[in-house]
Design a protein around this ligand. Structure first.
Ligand code: CUA
Length: 360
């Protein structure tokens, strides 16, 4: 019978579409709950970057919205799965059914309308609620609060505090915010090359970092600790190696960090040779060390290099061995990195590393 085809197709398509949508949502949420494995091997404790363990107002909103969407998907899944299971059992083939066709039902306007209108309604509700959350988060604009500029580069993050005169890289330090008296931090996002995306799941949603466009995001982290993030927009070979760490300090500790970062670079007389060497090779074309000839801007500011826990945007721990390997040939730690291999003699390399190790 040809006439029953549209009817059967409509039902199956609806069931399939709803189940697939529910499954995709469940899988996506499960994946984000599991989070990425600790990217710094061995003993470095790294919090799981899960959207379900928020600690900042925008991230709380995203968690609540996720639970709401997950709840709706769960109801759809249970209803559709339940009806499906009921039908499979109730109308299964029984002895004596051979050669007999079941009653063919088709052409019900009510049913067609219902399974068109209900999904449309659900999508509209999800859209309106999501829009409400987005506008709610974006409404807060910076009258006061700490300002920082985060610039995406292939493949690292430049971090500037214009009001504090601090420039650093890959590790964003901020003070904790008391929920009763919030002190939000406003981040201005810019790109030096291609499109990146700033994402620290426990602090805020993703925000694209676009060349020639300034985007903004704000956070008010309420628990001190280390929160890891990741560039969330494919930006080239080392996109996955473009990690970000946010260190949330108690207020006094943050003031100490600021004072240490504002201080001039340490000029240790014991490593003058290394310092001279540093200023005589290509390092200074890309890197800055305040108080020296080095004022390059293409690479990270090294004034307080050793205050950072990681190298190369979080792909390696900032240890003397890793630093040496990195300068000798960055590709060993991060294939495709934009920093050239310096090809220094062993002796020069030793001197250079000894100098950089003093830049606390
Ligand atoms: Cu930067 Cu992906």
């Amino acid at each position: 019978m040809a006439v029953d085809r549209p009817q059967r197709f409509g039902f199956r398509a609806a069931v399939n579409a709803i189940s697939v949508a529910a499954m995709v949502n469940l899988i996506a949420l499960a994946a984000s709950a599991v989070g990425a494995p600790g990217l710094l091997s061995n003993d470095t404790p790294v919090s799981t970057p899960s959207i379900f363990v928020p600690t900042s107002t925008p991230a709380f909103a995203i968690r609540d919205l996720s639970y709401f969407v997950l709840g709706i998907c769960a109801v759809i899944f249970i209803v559709v799965g339940g009806v499906l299971t009921y039908c499979v059992i109730r109308f299964r083939r029984r002895p004596g059914d051979e050669g007999r066709e079941p009653p063919q039902v088709y052409g019900s306007n009510q049913i067609e309308l219902a399974w068109t209108a209900v999904p449309v309604l659900i999508v509209v509700i999800l859209f309106l609620i999501t829009a409400r959350y987005i506008f709610g988060i974006e409404r807060l604009q910076p009258p006061s609060g700490l300002q920082a500029t985060v610039v995406g580069h292939q493949w690292w993050w430049e971090i500037r505090y214009p009001d504090l005169g601090i420039i650093t890289a890959n590790e964003l330090h901020v003070p904790v915010s008391n929920p009763a008296d919030p002190t939000p931090i406003f981040l201005t996002l810019q790109s030096a090359d291609v499109i990146h995306s700033f994402w620290v799941p426990q602090l805020a949603g993703k925000m694209d970092v676009i060349p020639n466009k300034t985007n903004r995001v704000w956070i008010d982290p309420q628990t001190p600790g280390l929160y890891v993030g990741q560039c969330a927009e494919y930006c080239g070979l080392q996109h996955a190696g473009m990690l970000l760490r946010v260190i949330v300090h108690p207020k006094e500790e943050f003031a100490q960090w600021v004072a240490a970062q504002q201080a001039a670079a340490i000029d240790d007389p014991g490593v003058r040779g290394g310092r001279e060497l540093f200023q005589s090779v290509a390092c200074i074309n890309c890197h800055s060390v305040r108080g020296t000839l080095a004022n390059g801007i293409f690479g990270p500011d090294l004034t307080h290099l050793m205050s950072r826990a990681t190298l190369a945007a979080g792909v390696a721990k900032n240890t003397p061995d890793n630093l040496r390997a990195w300068i000798d040939n960055p590709d060993t730690l991060k294939p495709g990195a934009r920093m050239p291999a310096m090809q220094l003699s062993r002796r020069d390399l030793d001197q250079l590393v000894a100098y950089l190790l003093t830049l606390r």
